[in-house]
Write a protein that binds this ligand. Structure first.
Ligand code: OAD
Length: 230
């Protein structure tokens, strides 16, 4: 079975009703990154950071995977598919993808604020102030904030390096190190980029740009990949 690595970003969940970050009307227009998504924000105002991620988690309970998530999951019938996502939602898993690596953490989990190894599933949508880990420290969202290490980066790079086919979908490729992963894919591997907006991608060989929303472009790409490569 050929190996497909899918690098996904906020755009893949846009048609499920989850806002992207950098577009007009995106989340980073409403909030400052420095106020909600950095270790400094956590030190300064834990309640605000909790409220921000609690709201994201609450919304996640109300949305469903869209045709793009489903098309990616259905590729597993024909390929060895690994999803590397910058998204903190669980829509890839809920669509049926079995191998999903979350580069920037997971909304559905909490973590000790003193021991990063202590990670817990969250029931419902809320981490409350006063919810503690087993070592007695406040639970924080299990999110990789700006300025923090990306623990899964090496695993993601190894996947990209061994991809027979790379798909990049719904990411502005603005945030590093995630954006660098596209450069790890083998020179001769076919690469597909699905995004409704023009993106400037430099120095990537064998790249086909599918200028469509993910909910249209991914099901189309799935058919093409099965016809040409399965
Ligand atoms: P961005 O908001 O930067 O980019 C979203 C991309 O999705 C853009 O290229 C859009 O053109 C595209 N897009 C919009 N609607 C789409 C649709 N229906 N189908 C396909 N594509 C669509 O989001 P990311 O690149 O995911 O990190 O952002 C990367 C990281 O920045 C996030 O993981 C988050 C954020 O700050 C952290 O919070 C650590």
């Amino acid at each position: 079975m050929r190996k497909i690595v899918v690098l996904s970003g906020a755009g893949v969940s846009a048609e499920s009703g989850i806002k992207t970050f950098r577009e007009t009307g995106g989340l980073w227009e409403e909030y400052n990154i420095e106020d909600v998504a950095t270790p400094q924000a956590w030190q300064k105002n834990m309640e605000l950071v909790q409220r921000f991620y609690n709201a994201r988690r609450k919304q996640l309970l109300e949305v469903e995977p869209n045709p793009a998530h489903l098309a990616i999951a259905a590729l597993e019938e024909h390929f060895d598919v690994h999803v590397v996502t910058q998204n903190i939602d669980n829509l890839h898993e809920r669509a049926g993808s079995s191998k999903v690596l979350h580069l920037h953490g997971e909304l559905t989990k909490s973590r000790s604020s003193v021991d990063p190894e202590l990670i817990y599933d969250i029931n419902g949508w809320e981490i409350k102030m006063g919810d503690l880990c087993e070592k007695g420290s406040q639970l924080r969202p299990h999110i990789v904030w700006f300025g923090e290490m990306v623990p899964e980066l090496e695993n993601a790079a190894r996947l990209a390096q061994t991809a027979d086919i790379l798909i990049v979908v719904g990411t502005s490729l603005n945030v590093y190190p995630a954006a660098s992963l596209i450069h790890y894919a083998p020179y001769d591997a076919p690469k597909f980029l699905v995004d409704p907006n023009e993106l400037f991608v430099d120095g990537v060989t064998n790249l086909t740009f599918i200028k469509e929303k993910a909910g249209v472009g991914m099901p189309e790409l799935r058919e093409k990949l099965i016809a040409d490569w399965a």
